[in-house]
Ligand binder design. Sequence first.
Ligand SMILES: [Zn+2]
Ligand SMILES: [Zn+2]
Length: 163
Amino acid sequence: MKIWFRCPHCKHELNFEDLSQDAAPCPVCTKMIPLRISDRTRRENVVEHCLICDCPQVYVQKDFNRTVGVSIFIAGAILFLICAWFNRLIEGTLVWAVFTVADALLYKFLPNVTICYKCQAQYRDFSENPNNTAFELGLAEKYDPLDKNAGAENPAAEWNSGR
Ligand SMILES: [Zn+2]
Ligand SMILES: [Zn+2]
């Protein structure tokens, strides 16, 4: 399991893989970071709760780079428009279909990433835990602290800002 998170003390971005310890010093500020790793997590490589902040709920989503996804979409759209410009609508539709299928396949085979609602720690290379489900706004509001900076990468942050 690979863990990406921010140090609770100095907020530096850190990567962590060694699940054998119960605490590890931050390589930047050298303060100890407690790790709440359960036996099951060590044994089965599943995420049960956040190991960094002990938040009981985490969510799962595709580890999808949005920039890449949007780039593929735009490339397909531009090719389609070029074909349409030259009255090649059949070719254009085929190009569009190929891009749509490629996009769907790419998405299907992408690995999942588990993310903590509270501290946004990200877990990769884990075994699936059926208890962890997709992002739910209600849970995000429950666990996301009032700290708006922490929610910058949280999709719920945009929806919350209107209130
Ligand atoms: Zn630190
Ligand atoms: Zn957390």
